[in-house]
Design a protein around this ligand. Sequence first.
Ligand SMILES: [Zn+2]
Ligand SMILES: [Zn+2]
Length: 145
Amino acid sequence: MNTPLLYTRCLRCGRALKDHKSKSRGYGPECWQKVKHAIPPQGAPLTETRSIENIFTVNAVYDSIRVRVSSHSCPSCGALLSSAEVHSYDHEDGLNLRGFLRPQWVYVTCSGCRVDIALHKLTRNGCGDLCKHYRQVSIAEALRA
Ligand SMILES: [Zn+2]
Ligand SMILES: [Zn+2]
């Protein structure tokens, strides 16, 4: 089904959307500037559901992601992302993170300018050991390789 979807309210602030461009992307012009770095290729999310399996694991995974992005700088204001907030929601193109039932689209919010940035724009090596299917390679296997 490829019916173009039109939003009536901004997904970020909830205000009514006026022009067609805003309606089709789901965000007003100001909010779009804040979220455009975080939106997956398929466009704006309809909901921000997180299918959590274990909240303690989720918190640990978020903490690890926070540490990983802390040395990167914000593409919008240039500040270090050392106190960025980590967020995610269910998305089929996301990462299979531990603690979640469904793949997660992960993004961080710059504490300085409040811009949202997708994790994959900051680090290309995916979820690594935070991923459900990550397998620690034993020393024996490493020697064999
Ligand atoms: Zn808005
Ligand atoms: Zn920033």
